[in-house]
Design a protein around this ligand. Sequence first.
Ligand SMILES: Nc1ncnc2c1ncn2[C@@H]1O[C@H](COP(=O)(O)OP(=O)(O)OP(=O)(O)O)[C@@H](O)[C@H]1O
Ligand SMILES: [Mg+2]
Length: 247
Amino acid sequence: MNTDTILPLSLDNLSFRIDGKKLINNLSHRFNAGSKTIILGPNGAGKSLLLRLCHGLLEPTSGSVAWHADPAHKQAMVFQRPVMLRRSVAANVDYALSLKGLDPRTRAIRTGKVLERTGLAHLAHHQARVLSFGEQQKLALARAWALKPQVLFLDEPTASLDPAATHAIEDVIKAIDGSGTRIIMTTHDLAQAKRLADDVLFIHRGELLESAPAESFFTRPNDPQARAFLEGQLLWWNNPETGTEMQ
Ligand SMILES: Nc1ncnc2c1ncn2[C@@H]1O[C@H](COP(=O)(O)OP(=O)(O)OP(=O)(O)O)[C@@H](O)[C@H]1O
Ligand SMILES: [Mg+2]
């Protein structure tokens, strides 16, 4: 097996513009090997766009996204609204594995294991599309985990879930982290970021305003906008630096 590590992932002056609007603006960062990074920021900050650029679904307008080694088949992403195939829960995982060219026996073993570990084994033969949102989100995670990616991008994996389902998903994320997969995840949920982050990137209006270990970010944020966000202020109309309204 090819065990080349694909990290670090380097973003160099990354920009993404549509109709002249700077949706991601000159963003530079290096994702090293490590644990769970949370990309935190208010709605519309550019979190989903940033993940899509990292995953390779979008081409930057300028700047670059560079992996240490070819990331093909070694990084995966779970979307904010995952799409389930019109087949059983197990077949959804199996199909993802078949795209990787794995043989049926390996696929069956991996599928069984991952459904067990995500608490979905009892639903293996149910139609994926009749699952609850929380179960579908678990299946999306299971499907990605089965691929054993080195890096897994998660875009708001608990958006619109209730607290119990949110905690169940967070447990799965911790298990994936425990298995050695590097997690890079977005959220606008501060409490969730505090529960999961080892380090934090704070973005606002397409700009990376702060990057810090979780402990220092949550106790001593440097950036005034990050401080405002942590204090629960509404960043899109309140400018903490001037106290005036932003356009
Ligand atoms: N295809 C597009 N065309 C024009 N504008 C876009 C496009 N995609 C995203 N945007 C804009 O870019 C900004 C960032 O969007 P993005 O989805 O990355 O935000 P986000 O931080 O993920 O927000 P949320 O927390 O609501 O998911 C938003 O203002 C959005 O309207
Ligand atoms: Mg988003």
